[in-house]
Design a protein. Sequence first.
Lengths: 114, 113
Amino acid sequence: AQSVTQLDSHVSVSEGTPVLLRCNYSSSYSPSLFWYVQHPNKGLQLLLKYTSAATLVKGINGFEAEFKKSETSFHLTKPSAHMSDAAEYFCVVSDRTGRRALTFGSGTRLQVQP
Amino acid sequence: DAGVTQSPTHLIKTRGQQVTLRCSPKSGHDTVSWYQQALGQGPQFIFQYYEEEERQRGNFPDRFSGHQFPNYSSELNVNALLLGDSALYLCASSGSGSGNEQFFGPGTRLTVL
């Protein structure tokens, strides 16, 4: 069994300040972990993925996430927010192959203030 | 490469009707998964098709059924529609060459009145 908890349903930051979106996971086996972004009326886009290689994962648009097994966390960060980052973000867990069922968190809405 | 495509884009049905949604996977992908995303929630896994067989299924009733064709495209069928079936239905494809990633289509917005 696997599950994901996104600790904040809504995060608001000012443009140019750091972003932190928190995610804890539960899995009975070595997981693959992902962050997806969904802009309004757009499809899901993969930001980054962890698949048991390096624990610090770099993604697109300056986003990073660190896999911490001891804390069962996979928090998403970005040093400096941009207005275009405003969207819904989903933390996702799957089996090690990443090709079976994806289990999504409930999402975090990121708001970026000018 | 056209990516994952889904049809139709939008659909309006009434309670009790049946609906069929379609998905064409990314070129070279042989696995198709379907997800339901209710308003304000994260997507939930419905089922996955591989080699024309349902390989894995989520916690959805039998009213939800599917099919995969020899060209790897897939259909999602929902019978006896309920108001609660109103959602965005997402299709994702993957294959041996896609690494660990599933690629999502733009979705079909189903409204049940």
